[in-house]
Ligand binder design. Structure first.
Ligand code: NDP
Length: 316
């Protein structure tokens, strides 16, 4: 009976959208209040990724059926372990593509054209006694995307409008896109002047952008990371920025959020954002609604709306 089902909330997820709609239909149990007495009542998890949903947590919840993740990236959920237990995992794809692509272009332009630096120059009164130095350009650059999925394609479309050539690296060539595919990341890094990282996090992409990739990108190269902090070897990146073996970087994500390594704060060739790729009222609202829709659809017997690839669905 859905009315008596309990949902474990690892959050807050999005109180004015998710919790508000779920509260009338389900018992909401904040993770902080989970104990052995309540564990058997839990039939679903709604999570914003603040704590890992791993096999140990799933093992404590004998009746859990579904994990609904707020966000398209679900690297904080062990989806394979969930699948092995027959637990469905859902995420929030597509509803954030355009928003994240907008932010990526904003971060790219901010980094190339040094917009935060120019703003700081005006505020510090520098304009009264001089001009802001001429800087780098997006003109004559080729952008290499690491990842050409839903968001990557929305970014590439924007770059098309900017008349900026796009190539990409992923494990398999993406059907239906006109851009050159590189199976070899180092080869792509050598061929481009900007790398934009937009792949999922997790073990398969851990430190994919390492010292060798940065070296191949070269001294005029720019790295933009809007994927996950784990995809980039942060120490190698910091060293490359300090030694100026790459030109600059724009980062929305970090390995140990919300902690940003001190070394970055001291540099003027890096633009730092607090993981705001999808962070607007409009898009976060749409993501929250999809978290709710997945859970409601599941408990009304209609299956998940947006199950992840590892999930054992459809069954049979
Ligand atoms: P998709 O699944 O649609 O696309 C993923 C792309 O990455 C595909 O091109 C895929 O191609 C490629 N890829 C996956 N694994 C690897 C690998 N091991 N090596 C090389 N390429 C790989 O994902 P989305 O575009 O929807 O989202 C991408 C990620 O962006 C999310 O997982 C999330 O972590 C991040 N994100 C960040 C946000 C922010 O706020 N900064 C907001 C939203 C998302 P192939 O499988 O052929 O390799």
């Amino acid at each position: 009976d859905a009315a008596r089902s309990a949902i474990l909330v690892i959050g807050p997820v999005m109180e004015n959208v998710v919790e508000r709609q779920l509260a009338p239909r389900f018992d909401l149990v904040p993770i902080e209040q989970l104990d052995d007495a309540r564990a058997p009542s839990i039939r679903a998890i709604a999570t914003r990724g603040k704590l890992r949903v791993d096999d140990a947590l799933l093992a404590r919840l004998p009746n859990v059926e579904i994990v609904s993740n707020f966000g398209v990236g679900y690297d904080t959920i062990d989806a394979a372990a969930a699948a092995a237990r027959g637990v469905v995992v859902t995420n929030t794809p597509d509803v954030l593509n355009e928003e994240v692509a907008d932010l990526t272009i904003g971060l790219l332009l901010a980094t190339v054209r040094e917009l935060p630096q120019a703003d700081r120059f005006v505020r510090a009164g520098g304009w009264k006694s001089g001009i802001f130095p001429l800087g780098p350009t997006l003109r004559e650059r080729t952008v290499g995307l690491i990842g050409m999925g839903r968001i990557g394609q929305a970014i590439a479309k924007r770059l098309d409008a900017f008349s900026v050539p796009v190539v990409y690296h992923s494990r398999r060539a993406q059907p239906g896109v006109p851009y050159q595919h590189y199976g070899d990341l180092i080869a792509m890094a050598r061929a481009v002047d900007v790398i934009i990282v937009i792949v999922p996090g997790g073990p398969a992409t851990q430190h994919m952008v390492n010292a060798a990739v940065l070296e191949a990108l070269g001294p005029d190269g720019i790295l933009i990371n809007v994927a996950r902090g784990t995809v980039v070897d942060e120490e190698a990146l910091l060293k490359a920025l300090q030694d100026r073996t790459i030109l600059s970087a724009g980062l929305d994500v970090f390995q140990n959020e919300p902690y940003v390594p001190e070394g970055f704060l001291a540099l003027d060739n890096v633009v730092l954002l607090p993981h705001v790729g999808s962070a607007t009222h409009h898009t976060r609202g749409a993501m929250g609604q999809l978290v709710v829709d997945n859970l409601v659809s599941w408990f009304e017997g209609r299956g998940p709306v947006t199950p992840v690839a590892e999930t054992p669905w459809p069954r049979g």
